[in-house]
Ligand binder design. Structure first.
Ligand code: GAR
Length: 218
């Protein structure tokens, strides 16, 4: 029963159109922690569900598990430790330089737990996506899963959206709904949300790239 529910609630229900051929999208992924979304995107590319290449991983926490995931896939991983920069702007200037060095076209924030500035946003206009563990615009910020539990909602989920200066507020690309079950803890609920994140993030990247390419053709 539950499987039926969770399988159906992704919107928009988009899959790549093989007749719409684009060169592989050059991605730069930014992550702070475990990197299971990084892994899901890399696997979707390996499985040819997403026509893209991860050119570089940028991570900010030394020892973050995501760096080992990148190493296993021979993807360059650059540590930009925010603690070593004098300001958010200084960090973002270095991020932009790194992304440009690797000729990145789309920036993918996959569990990047820092606020980004217009320096980064303006360097990649309409080309930065973030994943957030709630159905935005509900529960913005760093504790979305805890907030959903505290509010007593019965359905939450995850959202892929464009990044704009206001946190968790850009245009929504794709969402998946996830039921909150009796007895859920932040961990059990976040685990269930994660499973849907792995499904929507690669698809949303493909959808956004196709939409932007089509918009550029008009
Ligand atoms: C994901 O659930 C993502 O939605 C969340 O961090 C997790 C990263 O997991 N992002 C935010 O909360 C952003 N505000 P991962 O490192 O295993 O991909």
């Amino acid at each position: 029963m539950l499987e039926d529910i969770t399988a159906s609630l992704i919107s928009p229900d988009w899959v790549p159109d093989p007749s719409f051929n684009l060169p592989p999208i050059r991605l730069g992924v930014m992550a702070s922690g475990s990197g299971s979304n990084f892994e899901a995107i890399a696997q979707a590319i390996a499985d040819q569900h997403l026509n893209a290449k991860i050119c570089v991983l940028i991570y900010n926490n030394p020892g973050a598990k995501v760096s080992a995931r990148a190493a296993r896939r021979d993807i360059p991983a650059i540590l930009l430790n925010h603690r070593e920069f004098e300001s958010r702007d200084a960090l973002d200037r270095e991020i932009v330089k790194t992304l440009q060095n690797y000729e990145v076209e789309w920036v993918i924030m996959a569990g990047w737990m820092r606020i980004v500035t217009p320096i980064l946003i303006n360097a990649f206009p309409n080309r930065i996506l973030n994943i957030h563990p709630s159905l935005l615009p509900s529960f913005k910020g760093a504790h979305a899963v805890e907030q959903a539990l505290a509010a007593g909602v019965k359905i939450t989920g995850c959202t892929v959206h464009y990044v704009v200066p206001e946190v968790d507020s850009g245009a929504i690309v794709m969402q998946a709904a996830v039921p909150v079950l009796p007895g859920d803890t932040p961990e059990t609920l976040h685990n269930r949300i994660h499973l849907q994140e792995y499904r929507i993030f690669p698809r949303a990247i493909g959808l956004a790239a196709v939409q932007q390419a089509q918009a550029g053709e008009k």
